[in-house]
Write a new protein. Sequence first.
Length: 313
Amino acid sequence: MAGSTKDVVVHDAIVLTVDEDNRLFERGTVIVEDGRIVEVRPSAEGDDDIAAERVIDGDGLVAMPGLVNAHTHLEMTPLIGAFSEMGFRDLVANMTVLVDKLDDDELAYFRRAGYELAALNFLRGGVTTVNSMDTLPGQGAEVFGEAGLRGFFGPTMTDLYWDVPIDDQIDRFREFVDEYHDTYDGRIRATICPHDDWSCSREFWERTADLAAEYPDLVVHTHLLELDESNKMARSNGAADSIGLLEEVGLLDERLVAAHFRVADDEDVRRTADANAAVAHCPSIFAYWNPDPDMQWTPVPELRDAVVDVGLG
């Protein structure tokens, strides 16, 4: 490897490639040049002498791609543990009140503290990419961009959850896209974030579909089939169920990331697979409070058998 100086060389590490063959090197070398991984291979004699700005002896360590947090609300990070003694209904009610207040200017310090704490936790834990739905995600885009992390951020939008006019929410979304989408060397990207299928009207979903058509390169990130009320709300919106509502308005496709998917049935799984949509499974929420023993969990085995992309949030 004579010639130009490399950025980073990791040698003699356990290397998990997560490539198409899921190769594992018991003693492997990873070489980074100009900010990009240029070589992953078994370690060879002399790898510890490769000219690089940083050479890491990986003996006893694991080198692997960064982890992805596929669904979260990062501005709420300082409140982790605050509701753990509550049941699910009380948790949702109390968090709803707090979320309604997060756009107050006086709480800007709180939002930024949440993002900074999250970035620190992720850097320490190997999470390099996040998909976050927040009230005012601009600070998150800045904090994660400056930290060298990759983030998908979008402002939460709903017409039944907040007493904020939809036009104002859409204006806020457009401003966020204009300022932050595809910034920090492309590591920060905007997303379209209708909050969920139980607090959005059909008119709002139709307007969301219009935004998705206007911004065809943006992911659509929402809570879907999280609550027993999800399908009931869809029926009140004139559809047979939640999946049907999204299909009717044109949002059930490969751009959709559906968080939770907890009360999905076999037919929901099939239609999601047919649409090439993705699911973010969030098991930690069930560890946050004590669910009923009969509580239905996200059907992860069925989703995987149907070849649906399933991420962890």
